[in-house]
Design a protein around this ligand. Structure first.
Ligand code: SF4
Length: 308
């Protein structure tokens, strides 16, 4: 069986930075280090950090006084930051700089007196963080239908921002609907969207032209991994989201000559290797990596972890 690996796939710069913040905090301050929410949505990553002494909590009330606390890559609401300040917790913020950029865009639009619309998935931690960062009401829209239901006074100046794990393709219909509905509307430059989301989605589209089945390595609660699987399905290739090789179902591959593998931005490469190993247990495979866009983006770590 031929196996093609999408390029790029897996870890993005925001995920690399978030994991490194926890690892360096453990080295510098010693365990335990508390992390609010899964640092990135991947059980393998979380378990390996737990082994090194990270303790994951959903609520800051679970963090003992004075304990080093890391905010996850998804970002947090201002109320969470305030709670940490009130409790005097030493915080390392692993929010991806691209998520922070979206927060800042939202704040700027509100400061200009615009009503803010966020395109994203209800309940996702990034969306909760963004809604809780901007000082004003935010209307969340998830679909073109949601846009139709938005009732705002005629002529209201509006602006939109988007969840980072949505690509240009994901949001274009919603943005078109917003532009048709509101005459005074502003939005960020299209080039501002997360490079990693766009690149991984473009790569899975390229992959889909060559394969009969697509395996997306990623966690069930990973928004960008789910989106990769959906894209595969939308373009007509049977696509499955699997956490690792143990979830591979040989029935999926019965009629497949070529299998494509990609991985969500929070899925480490060892899990891709694990899936390839699982394929090898079914039969001989040849693996090729597709040409793709090269990524060389790196985000700086917080100063307290790089000094000395
Ligand atoms: S997917 Fe994009 S926004 Fe999300 S952590 Fe990675 S680089 Fe940052």
């Amino acid at each position: 069986m031929e196996v093609f690996l999408a390029q790029p796939r897996g870890f993005c710069a925001g995920v690399v930075r978030a994991i490194e913040i926890v690892e360096r905090a453990l080295e510098k301050y010693g365990p335990p280090v508390y992390v609010r929410h899964e640092i990135v949505h991947n059980k393998h990553v979380v378990e390996s950090l737990k082994k090194k002494g990270a303790i994951f909590v959903e609520d800051l009330s679970e963090v003992p006084p004075k304990s080093v606390t890391v905010f996850s890559a998804h970002g947090v609401a201002r109320s969470v930051e305030e709670e940490a300040e009130a409790r005097d917790l030493p915080v390392l913020n692993a929010t991806c700089p691209l998520v922070t950029k979206v927060h800042n865009q939202g704040k700027r639009y509100i400061a200009k007196g615009r009503t803010l619309i966020l395109i994203g998935h209800a309940g996702h931690p990034e969306v909760e963080g963004t809604m809780g960062q901007v000082p004003g009401p935010v209307f969340l829209v998830q679909s073109v239908e949601d846009v139709a239901e938005l009732i705002l006074p005629a002529g209201t100046p509006v602006a939109y921002i988007t969840q980072t794990t949505l690509s240009v393709d994901d949001t274009k219909d919603i943005i078109t609907a917003l532009q048709a509905k509101f005459t005074d509307i502003q939005g960020p430059d299209i080039r501002d969207i997360c490079y990693a989301t766009q690149n991984r989605q473009s790569a899975v589209r390229d992959l889909s032209k060559l394969v009969d089945v697509i395996l997306v390595v990623g966690a069930a609660n990973s928004s960008n991994s789910n989106r990769l699987r959906e894209i595969g399905t939308e373009v007509g290739v049977a696509s499955y989201l699997i956490a690792d090789g143990s979830e591979l179902n040989p029935d999926w591959l019965k009629d497949a000559k070529a299998v494509g593998i990609t991985a969500g931005a929070s899925a480490p490469e060892v899990l891709v290797d694990d899936v390839i190993e699982a394929l090898r247990r079914i039969g001989p495979v040849t693996v090729s990596v597709l040409p793709g866009r090269e990524e060389n983006i790196e985000f700086r770590l917080p100063a307290e972890l790089t000094a000395g």
